[in-house]
Design a protein around this ligand. Structure first.
Ligand code: ATP
Ligand code: MG
Ligand code: MG
Ligand code: MG
Length: 485
């Protein structure tokens, strides 16, 4: 049956409440103040990490709908958004949990299947499942128990497939992890066999991931057993919504439709759901990027993030700037239009997350301020960028690092602005050369001591900066530190 976004959230929570689960509300998407290990909440299980690591934990069953942002760290979908039809940076994750063996693998799979096929009446013929194939490297054997559970449930042999990498889930570079089983949905009209899962064709989407949390990856890379077994499931809310609303993609559901309509009004263009490198594909992909990024920044700012040069604030700034540039250059927006999308985001999500309504004015103001500041910098830099473009050899696909460096160092145009300006010209940027010049300048400034030029490079976190978002692990006591809640 067709369900609205509100009905679907309620249906999921009610189903698991009827199976004795406690309903726990969504955690903030900005856990930074109380959890230094993440940039943003990237999965429903993040807030339950203490329950997973607690050696004296008790049996518990929990259900939640969690706001997630995957735009940094281990799960980073920022650069994929727009180019396909089922990844966003901000999405909601439906999840149910068994802590300390509150239920078994078989019960978890049965409930998942029952919810999809019996409660939501999804066509079982369109579903495929995968299980963990085992890994020599990790020293963990194949999960045949899981395979046999699916057989027992009645999934045909040909639709149960083993995978190694895709079926071992990890929260971050270190932390809780374990073998998993996934449920995939085939949108295509043809009835096909499971071979399509191997070749990952775009019409097949992963709906639900059931993780059997039994391991812990240490910062050294070593994987050890947890004290107890837990089940952690996560299902993409918008993906499921697109299935129950019988629309082609996440972006055609009622969480997106009003935002797309507003983008249409502002751009005088129609969204066509296209993917591709031609103009129509580029415009549609920009609809998706702009809608996604405005949802993400609205939720993040309401949860306490501020556009800034580091950490989650940096990602918020990056998303806003990308939305500003792409909406004006590709969708013909007026410069100050981005903040006009905030009210419609609040309209679509405010019922589920009332905090957004309370924060609305503040979010609009923050976005407006950031937009103004951004255009000031761009106007200064764009002229210089365009002059530099004349010196890029014709036929070259890359914007030289020396220009990137000069723009940043001399004109204050950050690398990410130049990257976006270049992207619109179909150019990549030579980050390697940029890094080399930056390091040279750093060395030079050290040598010239008190007269050294100081570079402001804080707006571009390097790979190693991400390391600080990992768990705080104490080798002496073999314990992870996490905040008391
Ligand atoms: P994918 O392979 O499609 O990138 P994933 O394996 O990275 O998904 P999980 O970490 O297993 O995702 O998260 C659980 C569920 O959350 C997925 O099965 C999917 O339905 C949903 N999901 C994950 N990433 C996104 C995203 N960027 N946008 C929307 N839904 C997502
Ligand atoms: Mg992914
Ligand atoms: Mg996957
Ligand atoms: Mg997965």
């Amino acid at each position: 049956p067709y369900l609205s976004q509100h009905e679907l959230r309620t249906s999921f929570v009610d189903y698991f409440k009827a199976q004795d689960h406690e309903h726990v509300p969504s955690w903030s998407v900005v856990p930074a103040e109380n959890d230094g290990s993440l940039l943003f909440t990237n999965a429903g299980m993040n807030q339950f990490k203490p329950l997973i690591l607690d050696p004296n934990g008790v049996k518990r069953k929990i259900v939640s709908v969690q706001k997630c942002i995957r735009a940094g760290g281990k799960h980073n979908d920022l650069d994929d958004v727009g180019s396909d039809l089922h990844h966003q940076t901000f999405f909601e994750m439906l999840g149910n949990w068994s802590f300390n063996n509150a239920y078994s693998k078989e019960e978890a799979c049965k409930m998942a299947w029952d919810y999809l096929c019996d409660t939501l009446k999804i066509d079982a013929d369109r579903l495929y499942v995968s299980y963990f194939a085992g890994s020599e490297e990790l020293g963990i054997s194949a999960d045949f128990e899981c395979r046999d559970v699916w057989k027992k449930i009645g999934v045909p042999d040909g639709k149960i497939l083993p995978f190694e990498k895709d079926n071992f889930w990890e929260m971050g570079a270190s932390g809780p992890c374990g073998p998993c089983t996934e449920i995939h949905y085939d949108r295509s009209e043809k009835k096909r066999d499971a071979a399509i899962l191997v070749n990952r064709d775009d019409s097949v989407v992963e709906l639900w991931n059931l993780v059997f949390m039994s391991n812990l990856r240490l910062p050294s890379g070593q994987v050890k057993k947890l004290h107890s077994e837990h089940i952690d499931t996560g299902m993409g809310f918008e993906r499921l919504l697109s299935v129950v609303q019988n629309v082609p993609s996440n972006f055609d559901t009622d969480v997106f439709a009003p935002i797309f309509q507003r983008i249409s009004e502002l751009s005088k263009l129609q969204y066509g759901g296209r993917i591709g490198k031609d103009l129509a594909g580029l415009q549609d992909s920009t609809f998706r990027v702009v809608a996604d990024h405005l949802r993400a920044v609205t939720v993040a700012i309401a949860d306490g993030a501020k556009p800034a040069g580091t950490d989650s604030g940096f990602i918020v700034r990056k998303m806003l700037r990308r939305a500003c540039l792409q909406s004006t250059r590709i969708l013909n927006f007026e410069r100050s239009s981005i903040s006009e999308l905030v009210p419609v985001v609040v309209r679509t999500l405010g019922e589920a997350y009332p905090k957004l309504r309370r924060a609305e004015k503040y979010v609009i103001q923050t976005v407006e301020d950031e937009e103004k500041q951004f255009w000031k910098v761009v106007d200064k830099g764009a002229k210089t960028f365009e002059n530099m473009l004349k010196d890029v050899p014709s036929g070259s696909k890359s914007f030289p690092g020396k220009f990137l460096f000069a723009l940043h160092d001399t004109y204050g145009v950050s690398v990410e602005i130049t990257t976006e300006l270049a992207r619109i010209q179909g150019l990549s940027v030579d980050l390697e050369e940029y890094e080399r010049l930056r390091n040279q300048a750093k060395e030079a400034s050290k040598k010239s001591s008190s007269f050294g030029l100081s570079l402001s490079i804080s707006d571009f976190p390097t790979h190693s900066d991400n390391a600080k978002y990992e768990y705080d692990y104490d080798f002496a006591t073999d314990k992870y530190h996490f905040p008391k809640t």
